[in-house]
Design a protein around this ligand. Structure first.
Ligand code: HEM
Length: 531
C-alpha cells in the first residue's frame, strides 16, 4: 500500500516536472517570439514603407552612437542597397523612418514643388526648452514658410548679393598666416582645422554682423568657447535623440545646464548687437569697421538698410533668429569646405602645384601678401574646379533640411504615402556610382567646362551636384562662402606649400566628424613658407 502510494507520488512529481519543463519551453518560445517580432518591428520600416530598401534600425543607431564617420558607414550600409533601388532608401532618424533620396531627377521634382513637399519641422519636435529650440529653431529663414519666408528672403537676398567682403576675408587670412608662421618658427604642429574654424567664425561675425570676436587672435576667447559649447552641445547624440532629458530633466545634467547658460548669454549678446546696430543705421552712421564700399559692408547693416528702402522687414526677434541661423548654417559648413580642400591638395601635390601656378599667373609671385579682388577670383578657373570637386566628394552639409510629403504621391515609380519624411541625401547623391563616374576619386577635371558635370546637368538627368541644395530654398550664403574660400585658398597657395605629416590619421583616407556638418577631424598639415 505504502509502496504504491510512493510510486504514485513519484509519478505525480515526474508529471509535474514534465509540465514545468513544457511550460518553461513554452514561455521561452513565446518570449523569443515576442522579442523576435519586436526586433523585426523596430529594425524594419513600417509596412507602408517596406517596399523601399532600408538600413537596419540597430545598425543605424550603433553608427550614430559610435559616431562612425559618414564615409565609412555610407559605403558599408548605404551603397550596397542603393545599387538595387531607384536612388531611394529608408533609414531611421529622430523623426522615425525617413526616405532618403539620391536620384537627381527626383530631388529636382521635390525641391521645385514647395507646396507638395514643405519643410518638416524636424527640430521643433525637440520640444520647448531644448538647446536646438533655443538657438536655431525660430522665426528664421531655415524654418519659416510661405509669406514669412518670402519676406525674409526678399530682404536678405540683396544683402547677400551685395556683401562680398574680399578685404575682410583677406585681412583675416593674413592673421591666419601669423599663426602658421609662429608655429613654423617654434617648430610646433598646429591643428589646421581649428585655425580654419576660428578664421571662418571671425569672417562670419565681422562680415556678417560687423562685430569682431577675435577668435583667430585669441583661441581662449570667451565668445569662441561659448559658441563652440553651443554647437557641440546641439550635436550631442544623447540629447539629440532623447531631447526629453533636457526638456524635463535638465537639473539632473549639470554639464548640460552650463551649455544652456552659455546659450542664454550668447542670445543676449545678439540682442544687444542688433539694438546697437539698429541705432547706428537709424542715425545713418556708417559701419565703423569697414567704410570703403557697400560690397564690404556687413550683412546685418545691409539688412537693416534694406528695411528702409524695401517693402520688407524683420522684427528684432526675427533678426536675432536669422543671425543664429547664419551662424549655424554658415560656420562649420565653410570650415569643412576649406579643411577638405586643403586635405585633397595635400594628398594630391600635382593638383596643388597646378592650382598654385594658376594663382601666381593671376596675382603674381612677389614676396608679399596679396588680397584678390572679385575680378581676379573669377579668373581662378582651376581653383574653382577644386572647390567644386571638394564640395562634391565631401559636402560639408551632408543632407538638406527634411521635407514632408503633403499627400500620397509617387517619386519615380516608388509609392510614397502622405506624411512621409523625405531627406535629400546630398552626401550619397554625390557618391553614387549611378550619378558620377568613379565617385570616390577626387578629380577636379569633372568640373572642366564641357566636362562630366556640365554633361550631367545639361540633360534630363537632373543636377547631381547639390552641396548648396537647389531651387528657391537654395543656400543664401553660397556666394559669400565661395568668395571666402577663393580668397583664403588662393592666398594660402601663394604663401605656402603643404603636405600631410608622416603618421597622420588621414594617411589612408580623410577621417571626418560631425552629424549636421562634416569637417576633417584633427587636421594637422605640414606647411613650408614660400616667402
Ligand atoms: C560651404 C558652405 C555652405 C554649404 C555647403 C551650405 C549648404 C546649405 C544647404 C545644403 C542648405 C539647405 C537648403 C535646403 O534645405 O534645401 C543651406 C541653406 C541655408 N544656408 Fe547654407 N551652406 C553654406 C554656407 C552658408 C553661409 C556662409 C550662410 C550664411 C552666412 C548660409 C546660410 C544658409 C541659410 C540661411 C539657409 C536657409 C535658406 C532658406 O531656406 O531659404 N549658408 N545651406
Amino acid at each position: 500500500m505504502i509502496k504504491s502510494l510512493l510510486a504514485e507520488n513519484r509519478n505525480l512529481a515526474l508529471a509535474n516536472v514534465n509540465l514545468t519543463k513544457k511550460l518553461s519551453w513554452f514561455a521561452v518560445t513565446i518570449t523569443t517570439l515576442f522579442f523576435y517580432r519586436l526586433y523585426k518591428k523596430i529594425s524594419q520600416p513600417p509596412r507602408q514603407l517596406r517596399h523601399i530598401p532600408y538600413v537596419n534600425y540597430f545598425q543605424m543607431i550603433s553608427v550614430l552612437m559610435s559616431r562612425e564617420p559618414i564615409s565609412q558607414y555610407s559605403r558599408r550600409l548605404v551603397e550596397p542597397i542603393l545599387s538595387s533601388s531607384e536612388g531611394l532608401y529608408t533609414r531611421t532618424t529622430r523623426l522615425g523612418w525617413t526616405v532618403y533620396i539620391t536620384n537627381p531627377k527626383i530631388i529636382k521634382s521635390i525641391l521645385l514643388k514647395q507646396d507638395l513637399f514643405p519643410k518638416a519641422k524636424i527640430f521643433v519636435s525637440s520640444g520647448e526648452g531644448s538647446l536646438p529650440n533655443k538657438f536655431i529653431v525660430g522665426p528664421n529663414m531655415i524654418f519659416v514658410e510661405n509669406a514669412d519666408w518670402k519676406r525674409h528672403r526678399k530682404l536678405a537676398n540683396p544683402a547677400f548679393q551685395q556683401a562680398m567682403p574680399y578685404k575682410v576675408f583677406g585681412k583675416l587670412t593674413i592673421q591666419m598666416f601669423d599663426i602658421i608662421d609662429e608655429s613654423l618658427k617654434k617648430k610646433i604642429s598646429i591643428d589646421t582645422g581649428d585655425v580654419l574654424k576660428r578664421l571662418t567664425l571671425d569672417a562670419l561675425t565681422l562680415a556678417g554682423f560687423g562685430f569682431n570676436i577675435h577668435a583667430l587672435q585669441d583661441p581662449n576667447n570667451e565668445w569662441l568657447r561659448t559658441y563652440q559649447s553651443i554647437i557641440t552641445g546641439m550635436q550631442d547624440p544623447l540629447f539629440f535623440f532623447f531631447p526629453i532629458f533636457e526638456t524635463r530633466f535638465l537639473h539632473m545634467f549639470p554639464k548640460r545646464q552650463v551649455i544652456h547658460d552659455d546659450c542664454d548669454r550668447f542670445l543676449k549678446l545678439m540682442d544687444d548687437m542688433i539694438k546697437k546696430k539698429r541705432d547706428i543705421v537709424n542715425k545713418s552712421i556708417k559701419d565703423t569697421v569697414i567704410k570703403e564700399d557697400s560690397q564690404e559692408k556687413d550683412i546685418l547693416t545691409l539688412l537693416l538698410e534694406g528695411e528702409e528702402s524695401e517693402d520688407a522687414y524683420m522684427t528684432n526677434e526675427e533678426l536675432k533668429s536669422n543671425l543664429c541661423a547664419f551662424f549655424s548654417a554658415g560656420h562649420d559648413s565653410t570650415t569643412g569646405a576649406l579643411s577638405f580642400a586643403l586635405y585633397y591638395m595635400a594628398v594630391n601635390q600635382d593638383i596643388q602645384q597646378k592650382a598654385r601656378d594658376e594663382i601666381l599667373g593671376i596675382l603674381g609671385d612677389s614676396n608679399k601678401d596679396i588680397i584678390p579682388n572679385a575680378t581676379q577670383t573669377k579668373a581662378m578657373g582651376y581653383l574653382n574646379m577644386i572647390i567644386k570637386e571638394t564640395l562634391r566628394i565631401q559636402p560639408s552639409v551632408p543632407v538638406a533640411s527634411a521635407r514632408k510629403a503633403k499627400e500620397d504621391c509617387k517619386l519615380g515609380s516608388v509609392f510614397i504615402p502622405k506624411d512621409t519624411i523625405l531627406l535629400i541625401d546630398i552626401y550619397n547623391t554625390h557618391r553614387s556610382p549611378s550619378n558620377w563616374d568613379d565617385p570616390h576619386t577626387f578629380n577636379p577635371e569633372r568640373f572642366r567646362p564641357g566636362g562630366e558635370a556640365d554633361q550631367k546637368t545639361s540633360g534630363e538627368f537632373g543636377n547631381p551636384w547639390i552641396p548648396f541644395s537647389n531651387g528657391a530654398r537654395q543656400c543664401i550664403g553660397m556666394n559669400f562662402s565661395l568668395a571666402e574660400q577663393r580668397v583664403v585658398l588662393s592666398m594660402l597657395l601663394r604663401k605656402y606649400t603643404w603636405s600631410l605629416p608622416k603618421g597622420s590619421i588621414h594617411e589612408t583616407n580623410v577621417i571626418t566628424k560631425g552629424i549636421f556638418f562634416i569637417v576633417a577631424k584633427d587636421l594637422e598639415l605640414s606647411f613650408t613658407c614660400r616667402y
